[in-house]
Design a binder for this molecule. Sequence first.
Ligand code: FES
Length: 158
Amino acid sequence: MTTPPPSDPPDTTRRRWFFAAGATALGAGFAGGVAATAELLWPTVSYEPPRRYAVGRPETLPFDRPTFLPEHRLFVLNRGDGFAAVSAVCTHLGCTVRHVEGEGFVCPCHGSRFDLEGQVRQGPAPGPLPWYGLSLSRRGDLIVDERHLVDPGYRFLA
Ligand code: FES
């Protein structure tokens, strides 16, 4: 006569089930914590200023002097034959240049000078001030697109 193999007592099976459920819950909690930490490290919100923005209706921009927009560090020029957008960020180390009537632009940090087209007249700035593309929105606002560089002297007819 043979005896059946001993089976686990019911108490042991239940203990294994609780152990597996606990380990699964712990693993899920750990994975959720890792995912939440990763989301903190790579936020989906950009705090960079927008690179395409409206600067107002063309007829509101003065004809006789550049309009300085400090929040964008930009000059908008209205020269009668069209509009232009010129960066006010010095190409040396990034200071904000100032407009000087009849001369062009001067950097207060290390003395670079730029002509009215943003070309370097005196260093140490290594290159000209960038010019940006312009367009008109449906509402009639002038739109600057910093992602679109244009040649100095470019004019946008609005
Ligand atoms: S940052 Fe303009 S000259 Fe140095």
